[in-house]
Write a protein that binds this ligand. Structure first.
Ligand code: AHR
Length: 867
């Protein structure tokens, strides 16, 4: 036992004598068991300046505290975000059972607010608090530096600002549990490992985290009590007393004051950019391989790992033996230089030896579905035997489809077939195997299994992911990245020429996100993706800067890269009579693709050599000279020329997007247009939660209102393959595995914003209302009006809408609403539709009508013209 903890026991002994004093209080009308310490905080002054601290322990005042009207007593402690009370020598030992109770009232939700805590060296030993992430009350018991998770209990619902609540946090060292009670009602009970003692002061009005004070309260606190016992529910009901009947109700929604929204629907403020909403894509989080690109075999050309055939394993049946290894001595061409060698020893008739691929963390198989199988194979001289291919359960227990090839040769030969599954349950836990009954060496390369694809393209995309993207009604695709365009080094950039033609000519390359790319999704496939979803490409060309800092200086050294960009543009747009247009035609697409926007580089503000100004100018002049119709996008402000568009990127917490929602209202209209080419509210993993959707939606109202200047925007990252391994970014819009995809709340907010969009923004004004964000657009042909309202607050908002009296609108309209119980509510693979928009009919519309906007909600109100 340390000297300090002995001192703690001494303090407890002293407090026991205070307990006797409190027993007298009890006989004067106090209900329930006797606390070890009590701070009524109801206003009678003490010598130390803090009022009515009714035990013998001193409470020091820190920062600003004032006194306001009480709820159970005459007065209460009022805190304003910078004041607290500190009680040295707290009367309880946190390693034994204890209970903390308090009456609390918050002025507003948002932010962590800790009513009572006990300072540990790094963080509080417990926090009785309001949580920022859920807006609920919480009782958290921590374990200092012992690597154990905190025990966290939250209230089932959200409190109402301005109402009083009785809180009780119970730590029971005997039953290893932590409980939270609100107004005497149990909210939750969780397991808690034994906790160490804490030596710091008891604190009323803040917590401690990361060695410093945090979570200051904006509100009032009264009658704080500390008990050296785990109180029972009956005890707590007695402590809370009869005032509970008058206390606030959890989950009660209160209307905030009405806000006027005045719309002059026939007066155009700005025109909505026809390309406002689009997609940003790159190979990150297995967005392409294992994602939208339909290939089911991982490491199909055996280059993913230089020393071992990753994702491949040896399979044997009937007692056969064998070995697999990488082989570099049988290249097929310059691209396919590494192959898989199988040394097969079946040993006796009926035995088989082979190789299996486990796909992208599973080979997804569906019932009654055709799979296209292909691979290159050759044998060593003297090999006799045949090959069997099968789609089967991961443990080999069931074969869902199989086929065979009889005539093998010592020269490379391309084998292909289709396999069709029968009745089965769709599942991921499968593998693809190639086995032989022959003895000797076999070599394999470019092993491919393709499921049905979107629009049946032979080298195409996964339909269920494409459908989710299509629902976003994207107008453009920014491709191929991002960092993926730049590569870690110049050598590892996205070298478009190496992504063309038959798959056997594509060597793939190391991407910047920790894994290799097959380049199965090459430049042509990006264009076909655009075509399939009716998007225009925003083609990003490599501009001479790579992520680890290599750069190509402007001038003659940059010239080959500028030439390559011009050729790339010709590949996309040139007639078949042009050199690169002819290559495109040979690749299977004679018709040129439309192209309006070309982006020069990516995030070149990271280039410490500050060469971007010169590099951009060199690309700009060369491209404009040949393609004057193209709009050129710079990745940062430049001086030497005026770019047509500047790409801005924002990754921030939801609240920062809410604060930035008016950024473009006052933005200069004289400079280049803005492409917000990457942005995302980053809360939630692996996909964003409702709070992120609120931040995103608030931000989108700002881009929409100002879409004369913000002509394009795209969320990033767009996709994440959910598997046991890590993703490269924590917060990504759409999650999927090999069988299904789901949209996050942020995805649904995007769908709502891009699906209900007019072509003009009429003049409108919204009354002052923090936490309420609005955009209005109108379809000038049909007259349909789209009102978007985002309420990030916990109050219901009453919005009085006024249209011009001359407006003839239908009396019923439609409300599309995205809301959730909590800010942290989200969608997952197993609960993909937990937070989705719901559509309702709304009545009694006219030139004046009232909308009730739910707490934490994203809303689109569609109002049609009266016929
Ligand atoms: O979206 C992920 C990355 O973030 C992009 O590749 C890059 O442009 C940005 O820094």
């Amino acid at each position: 036992m340390t000297l300090k903890s002995s001192a703690r026991i001494l303090a407890i002994t002293v407090i026991c004598s205070v307990g006797i004093c409190l027993a007298q209080h009890a006989s004067l009308g106090q209900r329930g068991p006797l606390p070890a310490g009590q701070w009524r905080l109801d206003g009678s002054p003490l010598a130390d300046g803090v009022q009515n601290v009714s035990n013998a322990t001193a409470a020091a005042k820190v920062g600003t505290i004032t006194w306001g009207p009480g709820f159970v007593g005459k007065q209460a402690l009022d805190l304003h975000g910078n004041g607290c009370l500190q009680i040295d020598n707290p009367p309880i030992d946190l390693s034994r059972s204890y209970t903390i109770t308090a009456w609390v009232k918050v002025n507003h939700l948002g932010g962590w607010q800790t009513f009572v805590s006990d300072d540990g060296p790094v963080q509080s030993g417990f926090f009785l608090q309001l949580r920022d992430d859920t807006d609920t009350f919480g009782f958290v018991v921590t374990h200092h530096g012992e690597g154990l998770p905190n025990a966290v209990v939250s209230s089932t619902d959200v409190p109402t600002p301005g109402k009083w609540y009785h809180l009780a946090g119970v730590y029971d060292s005997l039953h290893h549990s932590v409980q939270l009670f609100v107004n005497g009602k149990l909210q939750g009970n969780v397991y808690c490992a034994p906790t160490p003692p804490v030596d710091g002061p008891l604190v009323i009005g803040r917590g401690r985290f990361g060695h410093g004070p945090v979570d200051w309260v904006h509100g009032s606190i009264e009658d704080v009590r500390a008990y050296q016992a785990a109180l029972t529910p009956a005890d707590i009901a007695a402590v809370a007393g009869p005032m509970v009947a008058k206390a606030g109700k959890l989950g009660e929604v209160v209307d905030a004051g009405p806000v006027p929204l005045t719309i002059h629907a026939n007066e155009t403020a700005v025109h909505v950019s026809p390309t406002l909403y689009g997609l940003m894509t790159e190979e990150i989080n297995h967005s392409y391989d294992g994602g939208i690109y339909a290939e089911l075999i991982q490491n199909r050309i055996f280059k993913d790992n230089a020393s071992t055939p990753a994702h491949w394993s040896l399979v044997t049946t009937g007692g056969g033996t064998g070995n697999i290894s990488l082989d570099h001595s049988h290249p097929i061409n310059k691209a396919l230089t590494t192959c898989l060698k199988l040394d097969a020893e079946p040993g006796h008739a009926g035995a088989e030896v082979g190789v299996a691929n486990d796909g992208f963390w599973g080979v997804p198989l569906r019932p009654h579905t055709q799979y296209r199988i292909s691979f290159f194979a050759r044998t060593a001289p003297g090999f006799h035997g045949s090959l069997n291919v099968a789609l089967e359960a991961a443990n080999g227990s069931r074969i869902y489809a199989s086929g065979s090839f009889k005539h093998l040769t010592t020269a490379w030969h391309w084998y292909h077939t289709t396999l069709k599954t029968g009745g089965m349950s769709a599942s991921l836990a499968n593998r693809f195997v190639i086995t032989t009954n022959g003895t000797g060496d076999l070599y394999f390369n470019l092993v491919s299994v393709k499921p049905p694809t979107f629009n049946n393209r032979p080298n195409g995309t996964r339909p269920y992911i494409m459908k989710m993207l299509a629902a976003m009604k994207p107008k453009f695709l920014r491709l191929p990245g991002g960092n993926y365009l730049e590569g870690n080094t110049i050598k590892e950039r996205f070298n478009w020429k190496k992504t063309l033609g038959p798959l056997q000519d594509r060597p793939g390359h190391q991407g910047p996100w920790g894994y290799r790319s097959s380049d199965g999704l090459g430049l042509l496939e990006f264009m076909e993706w655009c075509q399939d979803l009716h998007m225009q490409p925003v083609l990003a060309v490599y501009a001479g800067y790579s992520l680890q800092g290599q750069h190509v200086p402007p001038g003659p050294q940059l010239a080959p890269y500028v030439k390559s960009a011009l050729e790339e543009i010709q590949y996309v747009t040139g007639p078949v009579t042009s050199k690169w247009g002819a290559v495109r035609a040979k690749d299977g697409h004679p018709a040129p693709f439309p192209l309006k926007y070309v982006e020069i580089g990516n995030e070149d503000f990271f280039d410490r050599s500050h060469s971007y100004d010169g590099r951009f100018a060199q690309f700009y002049h060369a491209i404009k000279a040949k393609y004057p119709q193209l709009q050129l996008i710079a990745t940062m402000p430049v001086q030497s020329v005026v770019p047509d568009v500047i790409d801005e990127h924002y990754y921030m917490p939801p609240v920062a997007f809410e604060r930035a929602a008016h950024k473009y209202d006052t933005y200069s209209r004289t400079g280049p247009k803005i492409f917000v080419g990457e942005w995302a509210s980053r809360e939630g993993h692996p996909t964003p939660d409702m709070n992120s959707a609120l931040g995103d939606a608030a931000w989108m109202t700002g881009m929409e209102r100002n879409s004369d200047i913000v002509i394009m925007n795209a969320y990033a990252p767009l996709q994440v393959l959910i598997h046991h391994g890590p993703s490269q970014k924590r917060t990504n819009l759409i999650g999927y595995n090999g069988l299904q995809a789901y949209g996050s709340p942020s995805y649904w907010a995007q769908v709502m914003f891009s699906s209900y969009l007019g072509n003009i923004v009429p003049h409108f004004t919204l009354g002052k209302a923090q936490d309420l964000f609005c955009s209005v657009t109108r379809d000038s042909k049909t007259g349909t009006l789209y009102i978007k309202l985002v309420n990030t607050a916990r109050n219901r908002r009453v919005v009085h809408v006024s249209l011009d009296q001359s407006e003839k609108i239908a009396s019923t309209g439609t409300l599309i609403e995205l809301t959730a119980k909590n800010r942290t509510s989200t969608n997952t693979m197993s609960d993909p539709r937990h937070v989705v928009p719901l559509t309702k009919v709304i009545h009694n519309l006219g030139p004046r009508f009232t909308l009730h906007v739910d707490p934490i909600s994203v809303n689109v109100i569609v109002i049609n013209r009266r016929r």
